[in-house]
Design a protein around this ligand. Structure first.
Ligand code: GDP
Ligand code: IMO
Ligand code: MG
Length: 425
């Protein structure tokens, strides 16, 4: 087990790498688990004691004693959070203010953000394929200093004042895009009611984390989305609106970078992407169908089928650089079982040259033709394997090859959605 104080976990690909599962597995060892960016565009699956929890906002450590925090760099839809808290309560998991803290400065996703997200996407001639949760427009308002914050919705007067200030420009924007301007002032009572309920949850996340670290406690930062969806370094414009890489955890949680002990990347044994944008190793054939079917590759948040392809080393190299991973968790190895030949993309052909690192621009990445190294697959179902030695030789060779190519230690290998289906390399 990783024995350190401040660990950051991020997705090394395009999201849905299995972060929820890995965070749940590690959470027992930590005192605090904190979400630092994104919103309910995230869908993190935790499978425990036969139950499947799909978490969008509550950090994936919820089944343990850890204190959970939602940091000020996130964008939060309070209605979705309330539903999630209720879903957990129905399953016997009480998310009290002693358990969950929400930063006073967390940006609130308003109904107009969701309306604008949908309207904007419907007008795009080249779609992004957003999750339609209002994420981009909530971050626009954060950067534009027009956000409504968590603390605002707990105070009826302050909320009304802020909305009076903001609603006219939202009405104009919605109207201009052909939507119903009344959305700008809709659900106000609902937000105030939720604000009243969430008031006891408000905290100063940076202060809590820094105090915990000074006290020798362990903190786990749970990333959402994936490195190539990063707003700065991802495959623009097909990205999300937050910084998804490890460095963002420090800035967003208000913790100095020298505090970081470990950065763990979660990476699938192949690659998937939901939404639009380049995916050089995409397999629109029976291999893609195998991965989608065996891997259950349908979006946790939107239910959309995920596009699937072979493991992409150039993209992995880039996310290793972007995050400075100290270790990796390789997930969904079981899904490759039953394929005769496995391919690993080791480079791309672009404009007559072979390159080993992704070109910076999305248009160029979309033109890249993968160069593959082939290795034999295995027939066996490995989902019951509990130690590395129990894997078929070809599965072990596949892992060794990835580790050797990526030059980062594979700390964990995952062969199924359950907690027991993970072992140390
Ligand atoms: P996240 O967004 O990174 O937390 O990932 P998601 O929860 O959206 O998607 C990962 C999916 O794969 C979930 O349905 C998990 O239960 C499942 N999963 C995680 N690890 C494994 C694994 O090793 N093998 C298989 N077959 N499924 C896994
Ligand atoms: P987790 O945390 C996979 C994708 C969307 C779309 C793009 C922009 O579960 O890994 P947005 O709604 O964020 O403006 O959409 O980003 N996307 C994700 N893909 N996993 C996610 O989260 C994602 N969150 C957003 O599909 O392509
Ligand atoms: Mg997901």
């Amino acid at each position: 087990m990783i024995d350190n104080m401040f660990t950051i976990i991020t997705g090394a690909q395009f999201g849905d790498e299995g972060k929820g599962k890995i965070v749940d597995m590690m959470a027992a060892e930590y005192d605090i688990v904190a979400r630092f960016q994104g919103g309910d565009n995230a869908g993190h699956t935790v499978v425990a004691e036969g139950k499947t929890y799909k978490l969008h906002l509550v950090p994936s450590g919820v089944l343990f004693d850890a204190r959970l925090l939602i940091g000020p760099g996130t964008v939060m839809n309070p209605g979705i959070l309330m539903k999630e808290i209720a879903m957990l309560a129905d399953n016997g998991v009480e998310v009290t203010p002693a358990k969950l803290g929400i930063d006073a400065k967390t940006s609130i996703i308003m109904p107009y953000h969701i309306a604008l997200d949908a309207l904007r996407e419907s007008k795009r001639t080249v779609k992004i394929g957003t999750t339609n949760r209002g994420i981009g427009f909530a971050y626009i308002d954060k950067v534009g200093r027009d956000e409504i914050q968590m603390a605002d919705i707990t105070d009826k007067k302050r909320f009304a004042k802020r909305l009076d200030e903001l609603a006219p420009q939202k009405e104009m924007a919605i109207k201009e895009m052909g939507g119903d301007p009344k959305i700008a002032r809709s659900q106000v009572d609902e937000y105030i009611e939720i604000g009243r309920k969430l008031r006891p949850y408000i905290t100063d996340v940076s202060r809590e984390i820094n105090l915990a670290l000074k006290d020798g406690k362990k903190v786990l930062a749970e990333g959402a989305q994936g490195s190539h969806l990063d707003i700065i370094h991802g495959t623009q414009k097909f990205v999300t609106s937050s910084s998804t890489v490890a460095g963002s955890a420090c800035a967003a949680l208000g913790v100095g970078p020298k505090r970081v002990d470990n950065v763990i990347g979660v990476i699938k044994a192949y690659i998937t992407r939901v939404g639009e944008g380049p995916l050089p190793t995409e397999q629109k054939n029976e291999v893609g169908e195998h991965l989608q079917k065996m891997g259950g590759e349908f979006g946790t948040t939107t239910g959309r089928p995920r596009r699937c392809g072979w493991f992409d080393l150039p993209l992995a190299k880039k996310s290793i650089d972007l995050n400075g991973y100290t270790g990796l968790a390789l997930t969904k190895l079981d899904v490759l079982g039953g394929l005769d030949v496995l391919k690993v993309c080791t480079g791309y052909e672009l404009d007559g040259s072979t390159i080993e690192y992704p070109p910076e621009l999305s248009d160029d990445l979309a033109r890249c033709k993968p160069v593959y190294r082939e290795i034999p697959g295995w027939e066996e179902d490995i989902s019951g394997v509990e130690v590395i030695g129990g894997l078929p030789d070809n599965a072990r060779e596949y892992i060794e090859l990835l580790e050797q190519l990526m030059k980062v230690k594979l700390e964990y290998i995952s062969v199924g959605p359950g907690k027991k289906q993970t072992f140390m390399k």
